[in-house]
Design a protein around this ligand. Structure first.
Ligand SMILES: C[S@@+](CC[C@H](N)C(=O)[O-])C[C@H]1O[C@@H](n2cnc3c(N)ncnc32)[C@H](O)[C@@H]1O
Length: 270
């Protein structure tokens, strides 16, 4: 199988643009909205995970800034919305560096425009499964210093990577490039602790995405935890998204709580 950027096509819904629609963004087309509305009808609670996921990402970035991380590699970064990684990072550390990676043309073009004039943040259009294309990209090399700790963000991405693409090997390939003191952040959809109605919604969502040729894979807490092997999991470990170092109790009762896990771990310092 060959890996590379996606083609621009306004006639086929895209997961990136549907995600943008679920978050209230404006960078989606009629075909994406029709698809997303169909998902909302058949699985009304599931798209709520996008908001829980987004706020987990923001807390994880703030946590890493607190630990002294000053550069981030964000795989499957999506269409930039308010509170994106560079905004959070550069608010606190103006010269914090961020490289976004996405293979979706709208995500790429919009982020490229948004980041114009920002010397410390960029996006590259690449398929994350082509590890060399990401890591050896001139812009990655220009902005990130791999001899220093990096915050590697793999948030809301691996659910699109099937077993045939060996997600464990993919995570390990990126992880192997991280200097001691770096952090790995992962979030993922799950349903093992959801009630039967929610689980049925997840199954309908997976089927709808498959029809749109965007395959979604649901994984267990153990499968997600295994990607952190050899790293030091930060408390509270692999947790439901709203339970990972919450700022407030606002999301604790969210119906979508059992539908996603998040975790952050540190590369040990010898
Ligand atoms: C659900 S969005 C997540 C966005 C953001 N990381 C977040 O959590 O808010 C997933 C993104 O991953 C991108 N994506 C999926 N598979 C990819 C691949 N193989 N290479 C690059 N990007 C990919 C999609 O285009 C989409 O923008």
């Amino acid at each position: 199988m060959s890996y590379g950027p996606k083609e621009f096509d306004v006639d086929i819904p895209s997961a990136a643009r549907a995600y943008d629609y679920f978050l209230g963004g404006a960078h989606n087309f009629a075909v994406d909205r029709a698809f997303a509305d169909q998902v909302l009808t058949i699985a009304p609670s599931v798209p709520q995970v996008t908001r829980l996921n987004r706020s987990f990402l923001q807390r994880a970035v703030r946590f890493q800034l607190d630990q002294g991380i000053r550069q981030f590699l964000d795989l499957g970064s999506g269409i930039p919305t308010v509170g994106n990684v560079h905004e959070i990072a550069q608010q606190r550390v103006p010269d914090a560096r961020v490289v976004y990676v996405d293979y979706e043309p709208v995500a790429y073009k919009y982020a490229k425009t948004l980041l114009e004039g920002n010397p410390h943040a960029t996006i590259i259009q690449a398929d994350v499964r082509d590890v060399a294309a990401v890591l050896e990209h001139p812009e990655t090399r220009a902005l990130l210093d791999f001899s220093q700790p990096i915050g590697l963000l793999i948030v809301g991405l691996l659910l699109f990577i099937g077993p045939q693409d060996r997600p464990e090997e993919l995570v390990a390939a990126y992880r192997s490039q991280l200097a001691p003191g770096s952090y790995l952040t992962i979030s993922h959809i799950a349903d093992e602790h959801a009630d039967p109605e929610l689980r049925a919604q997840v199954a309908r969502l997976v089927a709808a995405y498959a029809q749109a040729n965007e395959h979604v894979y649901v994984r267990t807490r153990d499968e997600i935890g295994a990607w952190f092997q050899g790293l030091e999991l930060v408390e509270p470990g692999v947790a439901f998204l709203p339970d990972w170092r919450p700022d407030s109790a606002d999301e604790a009762g969210d119906v979508a709580r059992p539908l996603g896990y998040g975790a952050v771990a540190r590369v040990p310092v010898p």
